[in-house]
Write a protein that binds this ligand. Structure first.
Ligand code: CA
Length: 421
């Protein structure tokens, strides 16, 4: 996985944003409107300026201007030909061999912003949000807690990618604080519920993908065309209130335990940038039904970490180390299943993986599993312990694919817990 690409912009080998990556986001410079940019090193390329200068006029863009928008939605709707063309144009403009930007200081002044000087926004207007439950080990661990190891997995789990419809309005971008929710909680030995702030606030380490071109209502997307509709991936934290969840979730699934806040990272890493990190999807047993089978199906080698920093710690401490490959169901299978009944996905919809846990203890992607419902509290390096997240705690998730001498990274998604109002 060595790379022939070289930029005139210096990027350290451990940067998440080398020329091989070029993730898309929406940023707002001081005194300006939000617009679309691409990250390289610690800079942002302002695509609205390049668009005004006529760099994106080829047929793939269908005579549309898409980069002065305050969301990626119009660009998402254009589909893979426009996404590929944009990447190709940017890799050429940023290359060490191309003089256009390299040798024009005044143009560089207009086109580049320092990431530290701008505010990152949500990358898309997310109309719909779905959360899957696609990690075998997560489902097995949670099922074991609820029903014992013999009945850990529900009978449908290995036949279809289980999911629920979440709420899009409470999705926030990394850095936004997370207000501790309150609600109905029924203590195990009580006969009636109480009203209280959650006492078991949790994170869930997830990834999510953004939908590009829509499919029409009533027209399923066949699995071999599924990735045509997938633009790229972000990191996600599905904040969860376990005590509220335990009392409310039957029979219709998660509701107020999940929809108070969901955080995503601001930079969307494209499937093009992740192509070198594709791995064949492991054999599934039982073999899925034909609409979920694709001979070229793949997973991605993306390393993932969750870090916790309490208000009295000087540095974050890694509490989860896992990998995207711990997902049993693929992106293509999730999308094919989501549309098989004719459900229409739209540009900017967000489809999340579910908590990504692996077989080992350190790869468990939430406190529910790490502490086994609070039975084994986490011991932190400064002597503190945690069963659940407390006010003032900051939880950050990071992830990257490791190439030979470069990283295709996702940056991070973080949030700090605030007390109830
Ligand atoms: Ca979740």
């Amino acid at each position: 996985m060595s790379s022939p690409l070289r930029s005139f912009i210096d990027v350290p080998v451990d940067s998440h944003f080398p020329i091989e990556n070029l993730p898309f986001g929406v940023f707002q410079p001081k005194g300006g409107n939000a617009r679309v940019g691409v990250a390289i090193g610690d800079l942002i390329v302002d695509l609205s300026v390049l668009e005004e200068l006529g760099h994106f006029r080829s047929p793939e863009f269908q005579d549309q201007k898409v980069f002065s928008e305050d969301s990626l939605n119009r660009f998402l709707a254009l589909g893979r030909p426009a996404w590929r063309k944009t990447r190709e144009i940017l890799q050429r403009l940023l290359s060490a061999e191309t003089p256009t930007l390299r040798d024009d200081a005044r143009l560089r002044e207009k086109v580049f912003h320092a990431q530290k000087d701008v505010v990152m926004k949500l990358p898309a207007r997310i109309g719909n949000y779905t959360d899957f439950y696609s990690s075998y080990h997560h489902a097995h661990n949670v099922g074991t807690m609820l029903r014992g190891p013999e009945n850990a997995l529900m009978p449908n789990w290995k036949w279809l990618p289980v999911a629920y419809h979440g709420r899009a309005s409470s999705i926030v971008v990394s850095g936004a604080d997370v207000r501790r929710p309150q609600g109905q909680i029924k203590p195990p030995d009580a006969s009636a519920p109480i009203f209280s702030p959650t006492k078991s606030l949790d994170y869930e380490l997830e990834m999510a993908f953004l939908i590009g071109p829509r499919n029409s209502l009533g027209e399923p997307v066949p699995i071999d065309r599924a990735v045509d509709h997938v633009f790229g991936l972000v990191l996600m934290n599905d904040w969860s209130a376990r005590d509220i969840q335990a009392w409310e979730y039957q029979p219709l699934g998660p509701f107020l335990a999940k929809n108070f806040c969901t955080s995503i990272s601001p930079w969307v890493v494209t499937l093009e940038a992740l192509e070198p990190f594709r791995e064949p999807l492991p054999q599934q047993d039982p073999e899925p039904l034909p609409y979920l089978r694709w001979e070229n199906d793949f997973t991605l080698d993306i390393r993932l970490e969750a870090q916790l920093q309490t208000s009295s710690m000087k540095a974050p401490h890694v509490i989860t180390r896992t990998n995207f490959q711990n997902l049993y169901w693929s992106i293509a299978q999730q999308l094919a299943h989501h549309t098989v009944n004719g459900c229409n996905l739209q540009a900017g919809d967000l489809l999340a993986s579910g908590t990504i846990s692996g077989a080992t203890e350190e790869s468990r992607g939430c406190m529910l599993e790490l502490t086994w419902r609070g039975a084994n509290p986490l011991k932190l390096p400064n002597g503190e312990t945690r069963k659940w997240l407390e006010d003032g705690d900051t939880l950050a998730i990071t992830g990257w694919a490791q190439g030979n001498g470069y990283r295709v990274g996702f940056g991070e998604v973080s949030g700090c817990i605030l007390p109830v109002v």
